[in-house]
Design a protein around this ligand. Structure first.
Ligand SMILES: Cc1cc2nc3c(=O)[nH]c(=O)nc-3n(C[C@H](O)[C@H](O)[C@H](O)COP(=O)(O)O)c2cc1C
Ligand SMILES: [Fe+2]
Ligand SMILES: [Fe+2]
Length: 410
């Protein structure tokens, strides 16, 4: 095992540095990442979060060098995603006396994922405290940062915040602490925020309100650098970035599908728009009423229309909606067309014909090349059968382009 990395008295970093190209939320983390786990070797020894599921056994072997595993009294799980809870299965099997500490919504997920139906859980709520023998932990619920069950753990004596994914960076670093970093980490810190936290920015503000009166000397997140210098500045960056909602823009994705392929395309567009700060509504035109679809179009700044092709034509109720559009004012809106098809995809072109009859600003490859020189942003988004491989990249590029256009009017 590497040298002992310590954050305070009896507080050890026991994580894993992952310097591969790490696949993550359909992206690749080219700088790798770390999974930070912490051991508080107190009277009632406590582990806070674990590592990615692929390193569970290695994690437990390393931990064994610092403490007999049966001595561990508590395992705190701040967030259930397997890049942090992934070592819980291996650890709980060896740390037979440990009680698992988490929020109410996390219990079921952990029981199911790691077959822990017979284990003792301690469910904690916002503000609860836990004496771990010489130190006291306090728990702060932070729902939707970035999933429902998340919480922050705070060590009162050492003034260390363990916020799991919050305040993280995706960088495989061997310096551990931000004051020792060989490069400026601010850009990585902001990129991480934008990808993971910004779509939930309302909750970022809630979280900041909860921690604003707490004394914090160190922020020990679950990815990347442990922040022990300029701590306030990092919190301030989250505050500023999450307040910046002046340019709130909305998109609606309206689709019609036979077997779900076009719906998949729509959902990928949605994810990408949301990652880029656009609020998104998705409507299956065959399930919603005509009025509902029309209302959504009127309220949106950007509208995506999707259909697959059946016998050279579009399907379902989309055409009824398209016929209505001539009569409404769309001149300040951006429109894009997408669809899954098998061999010819005529429906996508028919939808475009309808939109050309309106005053919507219809996105198309030719105009994008002419105005930007970019050749990899393709509209309409034509996807053969189920979206995979290069098609995912194509959908992403088109979505990111649209998001930028909506926010900044490129
Ligand atoms: C009855 C039927 C007719 C189809 N006709 C066409 C067609 O004329 N042109 C084409 O490109 N694809 C055609 N396809 C292929 C579909 O467009 C393709 O399977 C698409 O992925 C379905 O997407 P969806 O799941 O969103 O409905 C047809 C498929 C079916 C089942
Ligand atoms: Fe996560
Ligand atoms: Fe994570």
């Amino acid at each position: 095992m590497q040298d002992k990395i310590m954050l305070g008295e009896n507080i050890y970093w026991v994580g894993k540095i992952d310097d591969r190209d790490v696949p993550f939320h359909r992206l690749t983390l080219t700088k790798g990442t770390t999974y930070n786990s912490y051991l508080l070797k107190t009277g009632l020894p406590t582990v806070i979060d674990t590592v990615d599921i692929s390193f569970g056994r290695e994690f437990v072997e390393n931990l064994k060098e610092l403490i007999p595993l049966e001595d561990i009294k508590y395992i705190v799980i701040n967030h259930t995603e397997p890049d942090h809870s992934g070592g819980l299965g291996s650890l709980a099997a060896k740390a037979k006396n440990a009680i698992i500490v988490c929020t109410e919504p996390a219990v079921e997920e952990l029981k199911e994922m790691y077959k822990l139906h017979n284990r003792e859980f301690l469910v904690v709520k916002d503000g609860d405290r836990l004496d771990i023998g010489g130190k006291n932990l306090r728990f702060i619920e932070t729902p939707y940062l970035h999933t429902e069950e998340t919480m922050i753990t705070y060590c009162e004596e050492d003034k260390i915040l363990f916020p799991c994914d919050i305040f993280s960076t995706h960088v495989a670093n061997y310096e551990y602490f931000n004051d020792l970093a060989k490069e400026d980490i601010i850009e990585d810190f902001k990129v991480y925020y934008k990808l993971i936290m910004h779509p939930h920015r309302k909750y970022v503000q809630d979280m900041i309100n909860k921690i604003k009166d707490i004394e914090i000397d160190i922020i020990a997140p679950s990815h990347g650098y442990i922040l022990r210098s300029n701590v306030k500045e990092f919190i301030n960056m989250y505050d500023v970035m999450s307040r910046n909602t002046v340019k709130d823009k909305k998109a609606v994705i309206i689709y019609s599908t036979m077997t779900g392929n076009t719906k998949k395309v729509g959902n990928i567009i949605k994810d990408n728009l949301e990652m880029n700060s656009i609020a998104v509504e998705v409507i299956d035109v065959n399930k919603a009423s005509g009025e509902e679809a029309l209302r959504a179009v009127k309220e949106a700044d950007g509208v995506f229309f999707g259909t697959s092709t059946r016998y050279a034509d579009m399907i379902g109720g989309l055409e009824d909606l398209l016929k209505e559009l001539k009569n409404i004012d769309l001149k300040d809106k951006i429109g894009g067309v997408f669809g899954s098809y098998g061999w010819s995809g005529e429906a996508i072109e028919v939808v475009q014909d309808y939109l050309r009859e309106t005053d919507i600003k219809l996105l198309n490859t030719a105009d994008i090349i002419k105005s930007t020189g970019m050749t990899d942003v393709m509209f309409p988004i034509r996807i053969r059968f189920s979206p995979k491989g290069d098609a995912l990249k194509q959908i992403e590029r088109a979505s990111v382009y649209t998001a930028e256009l909506l926010l900044n009017g490129m």
